[in-house]
Design a binder for this molecule. Structure first.
Ligand SMILES: *Cc1c(COP(=O)(O)O)cnc(C)c1O
Length: 405
């Protein structure tokens, strides 16, 4: 089928909720994607932080295929080895105690919200139900996680939204303290705000959060849906901050390409959810868990150090490009603020035409490459990006000249 036909039928039959890039992805290896016409692209997106080990990692593909040959699904009314093994590995990696599996980041955060409210209600009564989140956060697109998301643009069209979310300004300790009350059951944060523009929290702020949580028995919930599973050069981004969360949520990079979400419970919360308190038909599916096990197994100390090192190399290389104003982020989760006047969305579009995949995050160009990307691939990709930035700057200057005349 011609690409033009695919596009036409997609527009007709698939809900128009996405601004799609102008190509049909058909195969991939590592950090290289191939479209339907055979053109290659260097991938700095990993499917929005999902393909942690790149496209078609051999160990991952083998594990998924062999699980498929045995058993694709059975439901959570039965025990399966892959789900148990994955939960054990996750606890060993993180120091958390127990895991609930769902299918996405939003769903994991729903589980975290339910757990936080039940913890508050069990111990202090039903009025203890408020969760403080941060302005400019992103926690998902279900009704409750939209309410948890501290951005007004997400609080339109779909009301009424559930109550019980209070927003504090990031890195503003006084504002946070003012929002804490007897009703607060949890504080929920991303250590590096992702969709909000790749903005790491300040350590003095996270220290203050930890102190408030410890003093008042408020749960610390860390949304590691984007930052988790090695993305920032540590298994969890909260390790950079020395935080000991009560609940951690994971999703994007955990499955290595298949849909999964996980809620990790610490000592305080491991018994909060009991029989029938929560559930999921697909959660912890054995095929998905078999893939995720390979992702976790790959993430030894050496692998994480290499993510940190590759991330530092990418950040330094980006800073050297012309028309780059600044670089933010940690590990292989980076945001590039382009020179004044340049538009991130336009850079992404032009990038695709020239053979690189990029993302945006607010005004920034966002990099979430596979954690296995090589320095050679980074070099080739950034050579293309420099051309793209030059072209965008020329176009901007031409447009400015036109308006000046
Ligand atoms: C992507 C994201 C989510 C939502 O995940 P979905 O799998 O799309 O539901 C939640 N929190 C953060 C921090 C994210 O980056």
């Amino acid at each position: 089928m011609f690409f033009s036909e695919i596009k036409k039928l997609d527009k007709q039959y698939v809900a128009n909720t996405y601004a799609r890039n102008d190509l049909d992805a058909s195969s991939g290896t590592g950090a290289v994607c191939v479209d339907g016409s055979g053109k290659k692209y260097i991938d700095f997106t990993s499917g929005i932080g999902v393909n942690s080990l790149g496209f078609t990692n051999p160990a991952w593909v083998d594990a998924v295929k062999s699980q498929l040959d045995n058993l694709a699904h059975i439901s959570n009314l039965f025990y399966t080895t892959p789900q148990m093994q994955l939960a054990k590995l996750l606890c060993e990696k993180t120091g958390m105690c127990r895991v609930f599996f769902g299918n996405s980041g939003a769903e994991a955060n729903e589980g975290a919200i339910k757990t936080a409210r039940k913890y508050g209600s069990d111990k202090y009564g039903p009025q203890r139900n408020e969760i403080i989140t941060l302005v400019n956060s992103f926690h998902g697109r279900t009704i409750a996680t939209l309410a948890a998301t501290g951005q007004d643009v997400f609080h339109k069209n779909f009301g009424p939204f559930p109550e019980g979310f209070v927003y504090a300004n990031a890195n503003d300790i006084a504002d946070l303290q003012a929002k804490v009350s007897d009703k607060t059951c949890a504080i929920m944060i991303e250590c590096v705000q992702g969709e909000g523009g790749i903005i790491p929290l300040e350590k003095s702020f996270t220290n203050a959060i930890a102190a408030i949580c410890a003093e008042k028995d408020i749960l610390l919930v860390i949304d590691e849906v984007q930052t988790g599973v090695g993305r920032t050069g540590k298994f969890l981004s909260c390790e950079h901050y020395g935080l000991r969360p009560d609940i951690v949520t994971l999703a994007k990079g955990l499955g290595g390409g298949l849909p999964i979400g996980a809620v990790l419970f610490g000592e305080k919360t491991k018994d909060t959810l009991g029989l029938s308190d929560h559930g999921s038909t697909f959660g912890g599916n054995p095929v998905v868990c078999a893939g995720a096990i390979e992702v976790i197994k790959a993430m030894d100390g050496k692998f994480l150090d290499s993510v940190a090192e590759t991330g530092a190399y990418l950040a330094e290389s980006l800073k050297k490009l012309d028309h780059v104003k600044g670089v933010t982020g940690k590990g292989l989760m980076l945001g590039v603020e382009p020179a004044d006047g340049l538009v991130a969305g336009s850079i992404v579009k032009t990038g695709i035409k020239h053979g690189i995949f990029l993302l945006t995050a607010k005004s920034k160009v966002r990099f979430l490459p596979p954690l296995t990307i090589s320095k050679d691939e980074i070099d080739s990709g950034l050579a293309i990006l420099q051309e793209v930035l030059n072209k965008e700057m020329q176009a901007l200057e031409a447009a400015q000249k036109e308006t000046a005349q």
